[in-house]
Ligand binder design. Structure first.
Ligand code: FDP
Length: 338
């Protein structure tokens, strides 16, 4: 039989659609120290849940998913309907695969024991971050951290499996539901971003090997906090302004972080007189973003300690956070010394 070699068609009519998330995860599986495919499956489960959540978000206003759910979460914050929807979607996706034994969620008081003691992984997740922006059509996100359990599989889940420091993360990432939906993740070998192609139902690699500028001109802080924060931070911000910096604050951590990653900048959520530990949660907000920040050449600190070195004492612990371009974070740390 006569055959002919496959020729890649570079014609304009058949432009390449690119590398799907699934194919990318498979191609990178061997780089990961525990290359059994389980971690890859967790990433795929998270991606699937994020597509469903993205669909729900894009219909907000048409379907009955906006507004308050009528309950408060463990932080005393009023849950939005979409907070609840996202929590169910992600937890359900993580339950199905069998790789995860426990989930820590912003929306749940206690650790969710998936009663799958064979699962090697623990996931900490903020299913929908930036709740105040849901009903007003502004970008929101999902943040996730993945840890390997410390105790042997087959035994009941223990506190040491869950309260791990950020440097123990084996993977972390976020989904940004913005002008497009994007998933960014890292397994500790750089970070890559994928954009969701809704009509094909696939994430495609759009931001390979992301890098954060070492310096930037954006500072991101809730300006309403400034009467209640350390004056050294105010001096730092004044210095930024004198150098021509500009303020950008969305009020969705994922969106604010992502913009600063691409453009260069610093996000600050400092302690205030009313909230001495700040607002951002260590286990399912700060750690994942600090992991990504370091992977793309940025930095993250609580002012005195690298975020990834903090040993959590409780599930919903808060931490001050200064995260972003390396030189800006270093400048802030210096300013804090007075
Ligand atoms: P939200 O409470 O709306 O879910 O940590 C949660 C968070 O949003 C971050 O996403 C955001 O950066 C910050 O809080 C906003 O807090 P302020 O409203 O105090 O600015």
């Amino acid at each position: 039989m006569k055959t002919q070699p496959y020729k890649q068609d570079s014609g304009k009519l058949t432009y390449k659609v690119g590398v799907t998330l699934d194919r990318f995860i498979k191609s990178k599986q061997q780089d990961f120290p525990y290359a059994t495919g389980e971690l890859s499956q967790i990433l795929r489960d998270i991606a699937l849940a994020s597509k469903i959540v993205s669909r729900e978000i894009s219909r907000a206003g048409l379907s009955d998913v906006t507004g308050a759910f009528g309950q408060t979460n463990v932080q005393g914050e009023e849950q939005q309907k979409l907070d609840v929807v996202a929590n169910v979607r992600f937890t359900r996706a993580l339950t199905k695969g069998g790789e995860v034994c426990a989930v820590v969620s912003e929306e749940e008081d206690l650790v969710i024991d998936l009663e799958n003691s064979k699962g090697k992984y623990v996931v900490a997740i903020d299913p929908l971050d930036g709740s105040s922006n849901i009903d007003v059509n502004v970008s929101i996100g999902t943040i996730f951290s993945i840890y390997r359990r410390k105790t042997p599989t087959g035994s009941p889940i223990q506190e040491q499996d869950v309260l791990q420091k950020g440097s123990d993360q084996v993977a972390a990432g976020y989904v940004l539901y913005g002008s497009s939906t994007m998933l960014v993740y890292s397994t500790g070998n750089g970070a890559n971003g994928f954009t969701y192609e809704r009509s094909l139902g696939e994430f495609f690699l759009s931001h390979p090997q992301m890098q954060m500028p070492v310096d930037g001109v954006i500072y991101t802080i809730n300006e309403g906090l400034t009467p209640h924060i350390n004056p050294n931070i105010l001096s730092y911000l004044e210095g930024c302004k004198r150098k021509g910096a500009t303020a950008r604050y969305i009020g969705s951590l994922v969106a604010d972080f992502h913009r600063n990653l691409l453009k260069g900048g610093i996000y600050l959520y400092p302690p205030t007189s009313q909230a001495p530990n700040g607002k951002i949660r260590l286990m399912y907000e700060a750690n994942a973003l600090a992991f990504i920040a370091e992977q793309v050449g940025g930095a993250a600190t609580n002012g005195t300690e690298r975020i990834l070195d903090i040993v959590p004492q409780s599930l919903h612990q808060r931490t001050p956070i200064y995260i972003g371009s390396k030189n800006m974070v270093a400048g802030l740390e210096k300013a804090l010394l007075g």
